[in-house]
Ligand binder design. Structure first.
Ligand code: AMP
Length: 213
């Protein structure tokens, strides 16, 4: 199964992708994570990407295509994958169609006011990448590996607002694009990632049943 997780920044795509990866054994491909890896390793691609990411803008398509194509060419993607954060504009959606057939685009629907609150309250583990909501969380260390949690540079309020603007102008039109192609599945975001996953899981188990028949 080739799945796209779609939604505004902070809608919980990463948390759903982690759960999909665990249950369905599909590699979780996050273009944001790939860029962050390049930034941490100070690669030429990372240097280019950092500027755009820290302004809350999209990285230009060419480096995005390069990083994505290289990742999808690895053997673990042979039997499917879950894409998190790609495509983010029309040109990327068209490019993706050239590379592979997408079975479903799962749109995680969250209100814009909620998005801002979530993004600002999000922290990540710099070691294992686990994502936490700090609303009602009192410890600042990762449950899995004990590292101190950090806030992403681009989860600071001004950058979040810019990311939301970027999403509304460039990414949101893809909802119609995929609805027209009849592969859009909308899931209303629940109170927790586990609650949302119940709905995501229903969609994927139906799809995997169909693909087996
Ligand atoms: P994410 O972790 O998905 O929120 O991505 C973090 C940032 O990386 C985004 O705000 C963009 O600046 C950049 N980025 C990630 N994926 C893409 C993409 N498909 N196209 C352009 N920029 C991207």
């Amino acid at each position: 199964m080739n799945i796209v997780l779609f939604g505004a920044p902070g809608s919980g795509k990463g948390s759903q992708a982690t759960r999909i990866n665990k249950k369905y054994n599909l590699p979780h491909i996050s273009t944001g994570d790939l860029f962050r890896e390049n930034i941490n390793n100070n690669t030429p691609l990372g240097v280019i990407a950092k500027e755009f990411i820290n302004r809350g803008e999209l990285v230009p398509d060419e480096p995005v295509f390069e990083i994505l194509k290289n990742r999808l060419a690895l053997p673990d993607c042979k039997n499917g994958y879950v894409l998190d954060g790609f495509p983010r504009n029309l040109a990327q959606a068209i490019e993706l169609e050239k590379i592979s057939k997408i079975d479903a685009v799962i749109f995680i629907d969250v209100s814009m006011s909620e998005i801002e609150i979530r993004a600002i309250n999000r922290k990540i583990c710099p070691t294992c990448g686990k994502i936490y909501s700090m609303v009602e969380r009192y410890t600042q260390v990762c449950d899995d590996c004990g590292s101190d949690l950090i806030q992403r540079e681009d989860d600071k309020i001004d950058v979040v607002r810019n990311r939301i603007k970027t999403y509304l102008s460039q990414s949101e039109p893809l909802i119609k694009y995929y609805r027209d192609r009849k592969i859009l599945k909308t899931v209303l975001s629940g109170n927790s990632a586990d609650e949302t996953f119940v709905e995501v899981d229903k969609i994927l188990s139906n799809l995997s049943k169909k693909s087996r028949n």
